[in-house]
Design a protein around this ligand. Structure first.
Ligand code: NDP
Length: 294
């Protein structure tokens, strides 16, 4: 059997199109143009590239983009003052502070200073708590994208056996909450899990968010299962350069799975598209409008 390839690039493009439609409607009907502020401290090349893509997509979907670039020497009080200013700015509906922050800054103090209503990354403890309590919340973008990708294969995840490998606050834990909200039966595995291959083989849905290149092998996968690979790992390539691989041994897993996301081109593009969704949702909530149709 050869798996259906879940084309994250195409699905994300479709989602960005829907966001653009909602932005147009909100601007025309309510004079509301959602705005996203992105804060970058220092010049980490990967962070610069992420921030550049986020600003580009924000503008493409018709929203306002506010770029704040600070030197690597920025102090914590300076960053906190900027967050305070953005919290108070009515044109800013979403605030994203790009991680990692320079080492002299306490990242959680900065993230916790963001108004939870503008926390489009969904990292604030208030949003994590609301999500875990089943209350409306801004949820982290990568797990949101994972759920949308799985639902392109099965419109309902109700009753399905899901295994999430990884328990980070950014991916594994929020994914657990979102899967519970979809009525899946969820196991969260991690580095101390006993016999991970056997745990994985139970799953109708496998989510790998580990950060270990090609760790999940074909014989860990139940035939026909859906495999969503969150991992982004840089490994040496044959030509002396490097290439990106996921946490799943893609070629062999695709022979067993029912559907699988490629890396790159799977979860990655969905993360930014879901950031746009969160910004529109935040803008509607702040304006007292019903949630958008995305
Ligand atoms: P973390 O390093 O924060 O968490 C990794 C998790 O994997 C931990 O819970 C850890 O367990 C678990 N783990 C580590 N080794 C093993 C093992 N041998 N067996 C089982 N579990 C193990 O990573 P993130 O959650 O932030 O990211 C995970 C991956 O997803 C990375 O490759 C990252 O680059 C990628 N990523 C991709 C995004 C995208 O947009 N596509 C966005 C965010 C992340 P323990 O808790 O016990 O240490």
């Amino acid at each position: 059997m050869t798996a259906r390839i879940i084309d994250g690039k195409a699905i994300a493009a479709d989602l960005r199109g829907k966001v653009a439609g909602e932005v147009k409607r909100l601007t025309q009907a309510h004079g509301l143009t959602p705005g996203l502020a992105v804060v970058l401290a220092g010049n980490n090349p990967a962070s610069e590239s992420y921030v550049g893509s986020k600003a580009k997509v924000t503008l493409e979907t018709g929203m306002r983009s506010f770029d704040h670039r600070l030197p690597a020497s920025v102090s914590q009080p300076e960053l906190l003052a900027l967050v305070k200013q953005l919290n108070a700015d009515p044109a800013v509906h979403g605030i994203l502070v790009q991680l990692p922050l320079p080492e002299q800054v306490d990242a959680s103090a900065v993230l916790n200073a963001i108004d939870p209503a503008k926390d489009v990354d969904g990292f604030h403890p208030v949003n994590a708590g609301r999500l875990a309590s089943g209350l409306p919340a801004l949820a982290p973008c990568t797990p949101l994208g994972c759920i949308l990708l799985a639902k392109t294969v099965h419109a309902s995840l109700t009753g399905m056996e899901a295994v999430v490998i990884g328990r980070s606050n950014i991916v594994g834990k929020p994914l657990l909450q979102l899967l519970l909200a979809e009525n899946a039966t969820v196991t969260v595995a991690h580095s101390r899990t006993r016999d991970l291959p056997a745990v994985c083989r139970r799953a109708d849905l496998v989510f790998a968010a580990v950060g270990r290149p090609e760790m999940v092998r074909a014989d860990w996968i139940k035939p026909g299962a859906i495999v969503i690979d969150v991992g982004i790992n840089r490994v040496p390539a044959a030509n002396g350069k490097s290439r990106i691989v996921g946490d799943v041994a893609y070629a062999e897993a695709a022979e067993v799975a029912g559907a699988i996301t490629p890396v790159p081109g799977g979860v990655g593009p969905m993360t930014i598209a879901c950031l746009m969704v969160n910004t529109v949702r935040a803008a509607c909530a702040t304006a007292g409008l019903p949630p958008p149709a995305v």
